[in-house]
Ligand binder design. Structure first.
Ligand code: URA
Length: 443
């Protein structure tokens, strides 16, 4: 059998064996299968699909294409969290410290942002001194000491994914559920996780725009993960409006710090509906996700997650984590880090009313143009750039009041960006109902 046989089988709608998929992953990692054959196979897989066992075999083949992080000796449970990415999604920065404060070992590799979707690595690199290039040995040693370690992706783990993803990017084969599933889970398995909690984002600011698409991806991830021997939990969460009140790297780290501060959650009144800037929604999402993760590993529930925040243990864990990875500022004293050169308000110029829409996609695009993201993978980022959402869906607003604050240290077309942000919002005379639920459980 040659790799050509594997392509022909897939082209004709057949099923590739584990051996064939091992050859594919090995060939992608070490270059022994040429790019033109890998590309042909990817297109055949995109068009014909993979069945559940094939998807699991491909995942394991890719996970074993390089080194695997050996977490032996670290306290169990070992958990990883994955988000499919969205606008203002800084959930990892809040959920990981909560979990570590509750006795879970979290070792995570994260990516950089591309387009309107931000990346955790970019957010953390906005923190002065923060290292995101930990070697696998350093990650394990740090997780042993403090229960938490996060780094950028290393080419030593799941190298087949790196090669195949680069080809998918240029052959129109990214948007395939089995290929996305294998790509995500192979990196989790190579990173040593035994339990994976998935946050599948759904809406205008996410990869998956409709609930049907998000459900298909979530089901594929859960089924494949279980076939690969992982414990899985998945939720679908709303990404029609930006998550929380900020979009932009340093801004989002500061928001994560603010919601972990016990003084924030102690001011929340559960009987009050008001959530002017959407920050409370973000807080509820983080505590909800952490609660699901704790349940999945038998370490507690929603109440335990909330207690970890309210007691200050989660914030302390975040500070210990940041210091371990090189953070060179005192987060309690130095509040003005990464201040932008310019800030501009975008105000409501029409009738008063209630905000009924804040388009996550447009806010993400404006943040990108302010310098918070990159269009191509080597573009530089302005860590100070971003958008603060002053009024989320459902909040009341009067003419002249601010809808957003934009900020950047670059020379940008403030007028044009302001017009676009204004168009991202709809205001109606009645308060809207029927906003998509924040969290939908998948099983
Ligand atoms: N994220 C990944 O890691 N892989 C994909 O294929 C898509 C999103």
């Amino acid at each position: 059998m040659t790799f050509l046989d594997s392509i022909v089988v897939k082209r004709d709608g057949g099923v590739n064996s584990r051996e064939q998929l091992d050859e594919l992953a090995r060939g992608a990692a070490d270059g022994s299968v040429p790019d033109y054959q890998l590309s042909a196979w990817l297109m055949a897989a995109y068009v014909k699909g993979l069945d559940p066992k094939e998807t699991a075999d491909l995942t394991l083949a890719m996970a074993h294409s390089g080194e695997r992080l050996d977490l032996t000796g670290l306290p169990r449970p070992w958990l990883d969290k994955h988000s499919t990415g969205g606008v203002g999604d800084k959930t990892t920065l809040v959920v990981l410290p909560i979990l570590a404060a509750c006795g879970v070992t979290v070792v995570k590799m994260s990516g950089r942002g591309l387009g309107t979707t931000g990346g955790t690595i970019d957010k953390l690199e906005s923190v002065p001194g923060f290292r995101t290039d930990l070697m696998p040995e350093e990650m394990v040693a740090q997780a042993k000491r403090i229960g938490i370690a996060l780094s950028g992706q290393t080419p030593r783990l799941a190298p087949a994914d790196k090669a195949l993803y680069a080809l998918r990017d240029v052959t129109g084969t990214v948007a395939s559920i089995p290929l996305i599933t294998a790509s995500i889970l192979s990196k989790k398995i190579a990173g040593g996780a035994e339990t994976v909690v998935l946050d599948v984002k759904c809406g205008s600011g996410a990869f998956m725009k409709s609930l049907t698409e998000a459900e298909s991806l979530a089901h594929s991830l859960v089924e494949t993960g279980r076939l690969c021997g992982l414990q899985m939990r998945a939720v679908i969460t709303d990404m029609d409006q930006p998550l929380g009140s900020t979009v932009g790297n340093a801004l989002e780290v500061k928001e994560a710090l603010a919601v972990l501060d016990p003084s924030y959650s102690s001011t929340l009144d559960d009987t009050e509906e008001d959530d002017t800037d959407g920050r409370r929604r973000f807080f509820n999402l983080c505590v909800g996700l952490a609660g699901h993760a704790l349940e999945a590993v038998g370490k507690g529930n929603h109440e335990d997650a909330l207690a970890a925040v309210r007691s200050g243990r989660a914030l302390t864990k975040l500070k210990v984590w940041f210091e371990a990875q090189g953070c060179s500022i005192d987060l309690d004293q130095d509040v003005n880090w990464q201040e932008p050169r310019t800030k501009r308000d975008v105000v409501l110029d029409g009738e008063s009313g209630y905000v009924s829409r804040v388009c996550a996609k447009t806010v993400g695009e404006v943040a990108l143009e302010l310098g918070a993201g990159r269009v191509t993978k080597d573009d530089p980022i302005d860590p100070t750039a971003g958008v603060t959402v002053m009024r989320g869906i459902g909040s009341k607003i009067l003419p002249g009041e601010p809808l957003f604050e934009m900020q950047s240290s670059r020379d940008v077309d403030w007028g044009q960006l302001s017009t676009r942000l204004r168009q991202a919002v709809s205001v109606s005379s009645e308060q809207v109902g029927g906003v998509r639920p924040l969290i939908k459980i998948v099983d």
